[in-house]
Design a binder for this molecule. Sequence first.
Ligand SMILES: C[S@@+](CC[C@H](N)C(=O)[O-])C[C@H]1O[C@@H](n2cnc3c(N)ncnc32)[C@H](O)[C@@H]1O
Length: 460
Amino acid sequence: MASPSAPDDLRELLIAPMAGDPDFWTFATNSRRTMGHALFNYPAMMVPQVQAALLDAWLAVEPDGGTVFDPFAGSGTVLTESMLRGLDFRGTDINPLAVLLLRVKARPLSESTLRRSLESVIDAAIDDARSDRLDFRGRDKWFPEDVAVQLTRLHRAIRALPGSDVRRFFWVCLAATVRQVSNSRTSTFKLHVYDEKTLAARDLDALAEFKQIAADNVAAASVERAALAKASLLQVGGRYRGAIDCRRADVRQLAPSPNQADVLMTSPPYGDNRTTVPYGQYAYLPLRWIDPADLDGQDQLEQLIDSPYRTDAASLGGHAPSDLAERLSALMERSDSVRATAKLLTDLPGDGLRRFATFVCDLDEAMEKINGQLRPKAFQFWTLGERSISGNRVPTTRIVAELAASRGCSEVVTLTRSIPNGRKRMAIRNDSVATMGTESILVLQGGADGAAPQAYATYQ
Ligand SMILES: C[S@@+](CC[C@H](N)C(=O)[O-])C[C@H]1O[C@@H](n2cnc3c(N)ncnc32)[C@H](O)[C@@H]1O
């Protein structure tokens, strides 16, 4: 339980480094991705060193630690940093590819197992003389024939590995390979085919690409495993010592949990996926090459992986509810920034108001459910990027702070950081969807009563 001075102590700890370096939270020269962070290039990943510093500050005021909760867990940046500190972790994400990454990062495997398995995958793929190709909608648009044959051989070789943990590790390597060898440009998160000239000039070797990616991933995972072992964070069989629970879920559907987490550390999407970062589209081609039996979300998986757009439509801001106008009015009562933004967008042409309203209603619903996962007075660290709509910046940080205040949360501090390599890449580069070159870290403390836990339902 937080001491009464904990919010002041935390604020002091977070702003103190800025006295010597006002840009401290930018981490401009210290954002290299190593260990589990290096396994896959997921869109809009957090900077590990920033989350590490936030976790350390939290642990300084609440040294007993406990369970870290990241409801929009993505590639698992917070998961890995939590593990390196021996903490328990819970994470959810709606995207099956993100949950695959979380599962892989939660289960550090030994270097010898990974090296042996990699050898067997490469040998099996080389020995495989079959030239059939996995079949799915759009395959021939997105993959040259020889590439599809090689990917199919790799798929078969990975599927033959014993043990889902090992298979999942190599599915991630295959997913990274697919990003490199498909006909979709790597310069955008959207599916966007290269022009004819570029396609004709490409000389692709999917097997060689996979071999390199997998070797790099084995090396990165081995460094992490050694670090965990050195810190005595592995059990006798090699599993991580803490409790980890990662699952595919829509945050808006989470039932209150009696096993309440001790801190929130998360970064929600900037806006609807379609016009900001299309995580689902990004995941579409990689997911087509992975055995669904090793993915999460069996109930909806077939629909999700069969369409490039379904995950994005199911994500925050993807689908306007029928009572959107009433819900927006209610939010305007609770947040001046929602009211001001809605007013601004009302007079503009296009569907900006509808997109804003849909996203903010979904975000508020997610915040309600997130509250139900946290213990009273838990600290919350929100890393928030802001987007603009028709040239108007959407003040997401203020909106989250105000909506949280209406639920009894108090603001500890807001930190601003530049995004070092300029803006995060957007789906479409134009003024109506651009995000800004800065993001905020909003630190809140939850209310005293928290959420009333109900049945131990969907959160295992
Ligand atoms: C900014 S990214 C998180 C990136 C992550 N912090 C990392 O470092 O990789 C936001 C994530 O929210 C997920 N998301 C969007 N809507 C969701 C929902 N309704 N429920 C759960 N996850 C959702 C997206 O799939 C995406 O992975």
